[in-house]
Design a protein around this ligand. Structure first.
Ligand code: HEM
Length: 156
């Protein structure tokens, strides 16, 4: 289904991302620590956390997964503005969906992650935060998750 995602919405996402990406590792850690605060058991779904000897805070894979979520949400904003939908062919969404199902990630986890994502952005760029910015990030994230879920259903 096509949606209207405006240039202004894309600009709000990119404006905040351009500031946030200066410290992507710290940002990613903050984001996932928030998720684990709400859903502590989610830590055990990550093989690289289960098998790791280093503390959570120092795990590079946790940070890179978190940054991946942020970057993909930004890319979704751009795709939505350009085409009104998430371009599934061009991406690895099917593989990503399958990995999440296999790891035990549920809709609830994706919702917890949405709240954590929005809170992290609000705390990182409070000077430019607005409800319009919140809506733009929220919509780009929802559409990305929707596309991941849709692809997973199609392939199963
Ligand atoms: C793995 C992206 C949200 C948990 C992955 C991988 C990618 C990815 C690219 C590696 C895929 C592969 O190796 O095939 C994303 C994106 C998300 C998202 C784009 C949201 C837009 C989440 C959330 C959770 C989660 C909310 C849980 C709270 C996991 C787990 C793995 C994984 C457990 C497997 C890690 C491992 O054991 O190696 N994700 N992810 N993801 N993701 Fe996500």
């Amino acid at each position: 289904m096509e949606v209207t995602f405006t240039e202004e919405q894309e600009a709000l996402v990119m404006k905040s991302w351009n500031i946030m990406k200066k410290h992507p590792g710290d940002l990613g850690l903050k984001f996932f620590l928030k998720i684990f605060k709400t859903a502590p058991a989610a830590q055990n779904m990550f093989s690289f956390l289960r098998d790791s000897q280093v503390p959570l805070e120092e795990n590079p894979k946790l940070k890179s997964h978190a940054v991946f979520v942020l970057v993909m949400t930004c890319e979704s904003a751009t795709q939505l503005r350009r085409t009104g939908k998430i371009n599934v062919e061009d991406s690895n969404l099917q593989k990503i969906g399958a990995t999440h199902i296999k790891s035990g990630v549920t809709d609830e986890h994706f919702q917890v992650a949405k709240t954590a994502l929005l809170e992290t952005i609000k705390e990182t760029v409070p000077e430019i935060w607005s409800s319009a910015m919140e809506n733009a990030w929220g919509e780009a994230y929802d559409k990305l998750i929707g596309a991941i879920k849709c692809e997973t259903k199609r392939s199963s």
